[in-house]
Ligand binder design. Sequence first.
Ligand SMILES: [Cu+2]
Length: 577
Amino acid sequence: MRKNLLTFIGGATLLLMHPWSQAASDLPPTAKVEMGPVEEVCSDFTSPEWRKEQVIDGVQIQASRLCNPDNPSDIAAFVKGTNGISMKTLMETQLAADAVTMSDDVDGDGDPDKIIIKLEVAELNGHSPDMKDPTTTFDIAPGIQPTFWVFAPKTRDMSTLSIYEPIANPLLRVPSPVIRVEQDDVVWLVLENTHYLPHSIHLHGIDHPFMDMSGAGNDGVAQTSNMDTMPGKSKTYVIKPRQPGTMYYHCHVQPHTHIPMGLQGIFVVEENRPNNWPQTLNVGAGQVRHPSVAVLEKYAREYDLHYQSADKELHELVARSANDPRLIAKHMNMEYDTTDATDDYFMLNGRSFPYTLRESLIEMKQDEKVKLRVLNGHTESLALHIHGHKPTVTHYDGVDNGPSSYIQRDVHAMVPAQRLDLELSGVDDGLHSFGQGIWMFHDHVEKAFTTNGVGEGGDISLVVYDGFLDEKGIPKSHGMSLAPYFTKGLWKRNYPIWQDYDEWRSLGLPDLKAEYQPSKVAVQTVQQQWAPEKPVAEQESSAFGKLLFGLILGLLSYVLIINRQTIYERVRKLLNK
Ligand SMILES: [Cu+2]
């Protein structure tokens, strides 16, 4: 009995020795993952003069305190028309002389009523077989360059900043520009197809006749209205919208790929007022720096918020097609399956966090009211949430259904293609606003605040109250450093976001390659005494090895049992000899 007890205790001690020794030994040290080059939150992208309130060629332009405000000369051209500004102002833009032309005050109320807008189609982050890197680049976040197609104002000169910089000139960008006209204007929207594939414009929600006066189709749908506009050709859509509201326009050629590729934009019809000069295009699609008369009757400022998403696989097809339109068409129309697609990138006005901090913030002041025109250009639903506020929806898809339809809430659901007009109020009563500060706003579909699954990214932006912005338009944040977000490494999943939260780097990555001396030597000595001589790898055979061994053992036993009579006979004969 005593012998059995000793065996039992000895056996149990041996069994537990391995976990004991592991638990008592030190963990490996934390690796120091280098962040890599960090971009400035705001370097000197633009002249500080661009941020100021100013008047150019008689056009009143509101201040925009952000890091990267729109060029005020562009705004003057969009308000007065490229035919209504000085040559000096036109030369400060990259617009073609006929990009936006205005004439004919038909109703005699002091503003032009015939507007001709020329749009081209541009490719951003496109590829050439002769070059390794994309050309005419537009980064949605550090180092992230999906290929886009956009409608763009008709421009002159180069598509890039210079021959040395492949960065797109500021008029060529995502999203396609917001178009803004006045109710009852006669608008000619001219699509000059400068792209290598057929396209069209469908005027979604905008009052437009099915055919124009010449009998040509006007709905942008090849199957029912008018033939697609082929490369090098142009097509004029003629409208005279009778109802105001926030609408939508997009290409209707292979819309399941062309809309997500970026051929979509907000289209606003402003209420008719005397001496009303809407800002015909809003490139950058953030603050409207020259709001219409009707908007200024109720609001201090106005913002266009265009939400968009992108499936990485779709937006990489151009890069895989050797710049051959036949291969691009083959990959998109015959191979890519949008029903299996998943969105990877989420953008507000063409950028993902942290680049949204440079140009897509909403500036607020206490007690002011701001108008937001929101488009869900995603392929799926959107749940817009603004921290610290409960905005009121006043228009659904551009229609004012009367005060009984106005709903105040903190999450506004939007299905694809839907538009909401929101009234954001800075009245600090715990309902409209919780008070001044830096308040995040984002799509509350969780994946939308990631960039290819890495957070926090996606379409996050901020409502920033006066006093919380520095002189370069950067929010005075109080929490973590923003530096990791401005590196390429974070978005390539190379940098552990919590690594530098404390000086011990307690939430960084364990350095498994590091040589280190465990401090608890006594336990290690015990382990060495009891450890078997063979290395660990040899003593622990694999599951497959055990299975094989069991099988062989079983087979051997089986053979022995079924042949037991023969074996018995042979052994008996041997013994008898
Ligand atoms: Cu198209």
